[in-house]
Design a protein. Structure first.
Length: 85
């Protein structure tokens, strides 16, 4: 996938995951970073269970990236809460 495609899919997936987990977006840059990391995590997980990794800008890639971004956000919030206590 090209860098531009990663950024577009990352932005969409990160924004959607932020809305689901946080109820608010995390900002443009953080949403992109979260979505790209989520795409990597989601691609790894889906590849591990026998599904294809994301490729290109399509609904499947956004879905895989979204699932990965939600997982990354939940882990991030669990670590931040633990550190704050």
């Amino acid at each position: 996938m090209s860098i531009l495609a990663w950024l577009v899919v990352g932005l969409i997936a990160g924004f959607l995951a932020s809305k689901v987990v946080n109820k608010t977006g995390s900002g443009l840059v953080m949403d992109i970073v979260l979505g790209v990391v989520g795409a990597l995590v989601g691609g790894f997980l889906f590849n591990a269970i026998g599904h294809a990794a994301p490729n290109g800008i399509n609904i499947y890639s956004i879905f895989v990236s979204f699932i990965g971004a939600v997982i990354v956000l939940l882990v991030y919030h669990a670590i931040i809460r633990r550190r704050a206590v």
